[in-house]
Design a binder for this molecule. Structure first.
Ligand code: M3P
Ligand code: FE
Length: 311
């Protein structure tokens, strides 16, 4: 599949209540690579197999949650073209100068109908994954410290009017919908959950309908396989981390997953599995009465915290 336009999730800036505690947590327990601090005091991380300088940014704040999510686009021409399309769609855009975020080029920022700040950018310093580009080994030292996910994979965001987000992502940004969750029959089965990709994954971003705008349900990190998910569960237990959902299978997207909370109460997921959809695939639908199986396939339980707790 030719990939032009929007390439992939690039970065997510998270608000945390205690920066040093969370820095240790994301470095030693999650096992991300600490890429340093900027002049504003924000802390930068990358996952070991990512090749660009950063993907998770922590900012000290009074409330937990997500400041913004950024997706990388192919080049400056794609950035200009997408900005014009977003404006034609009716959203105001803002250019944030290169260097405002460490090692990151100019960003085009706009607010999604669900209230989240979303960014596109074309440049971030290529630092590599530490393995080199000629005859590289399959992994190195950073692949073993803590949970050690390979990359920032996706996020699930909660907010109002996901129908407008769907229109923006599918008609303007070049995404396609892979799976969806419907609301109750009595309500006419509106879409209450949408899973969208700009590439070849089950989701690069997902939205669930929620009255409050701009909320984070989880930020998700990719693991290589189910063994690594079980190893991640061991590491969470060893570190007495608060776990929301212990290792299980999602029906939705077939992911093999764990959800847990960081020290500031932001939910994160470490997962493997899924499948590789193409743009010609028809959408998979989960009906409301089977939503529990979408979330937790073996038990079919609709865990209250999953729907109720967001930051
Ligand atoms: C994921 C995922 C629901 C499933 C969520 C799925 C809302 O977070 O990564 O596949 O049931
Ligand atoms: Fe997820």
């Amino acid at each position: 599949m030719a990939m032009t336009g929007v390439l992939r999730p690039g970065h997510l800036q998270l608000r945390v209540l205690d920066l040093e505690e969370c820095r240790k947590f994301y470095r030693d327990v999650v096992g991300l690579v600490d890429m340093g601090t900027d002049a504003q005091g924000r802390v930068y991380f990358k996952a070991w197999d990512e090749r660009d300088h950063n993907s998770l940014i922590l900012r000290q704040a009074d409330t937990a949650g997500v400041d913004f999510v950024g997706f990388k686009v192919l080049d400056a021409a794609a950035l200009n073209e997408l900005e014009a399309k977003v404006r034609a769609f009716g959203l105001a855009t803002e250019r944030i100068p290169a260097g405002e975020m460490s090692e990151t080029g100019e960003r085009v920022r706009f607010q999604l109908p669900t209230g989240h700040l979303f960014e596109l950018y074309a440049e971030k310093k290529k630092v590599g994954n530490g393995l080199g580009l000629v005859n590289p080994p399959p992994w190195g030292k950073d692949a073993e410290r803590g949970i050690a996910p390979t990359r920032f994979d996706h996020c699930l965001l909660y907010g109002p009017n996901i129908a407008a987000n769907k229109k923006l992502f599918t008609e303007v940004l070049g995404f396609f919908m892979v799976e969806r969750i419907l609301g109750p029959k009595e309500a006419g089965e509106p879409e209450i959950g949408i899973f969208l990709t700009c590439g070849h994954k089950t989701h690069d971003i997902a939205f669930v309908e929620h009255p409050e705008p701009g909320k984070l349900q989880h930020v998700s990190f990719r693991l290589l396989n189910w063994d690594r998910v079980q190893r991640a569960a061991d590491i969470l237990g060893m570190n007495r981390v608060s776990v929301d959902l212990s290792p299980t299978r999602h029906g939705v997207t077939r992911g093999e997953t764990i959800y847990a909370w960081d020290p500031s109460g932001n939910r994160f997921e470490t997962f493997s599995g899924g499948y590789e959809p193409y743009p010609d695939y028809e959408v998979i639908t989960w009906t409301f009465d089977e939503f529990g199986y979408g979330l937790d396939y073996p038990t079919g339980k609709l865990h209250d915290s999953f729907l109720g707790v967001v930051t």
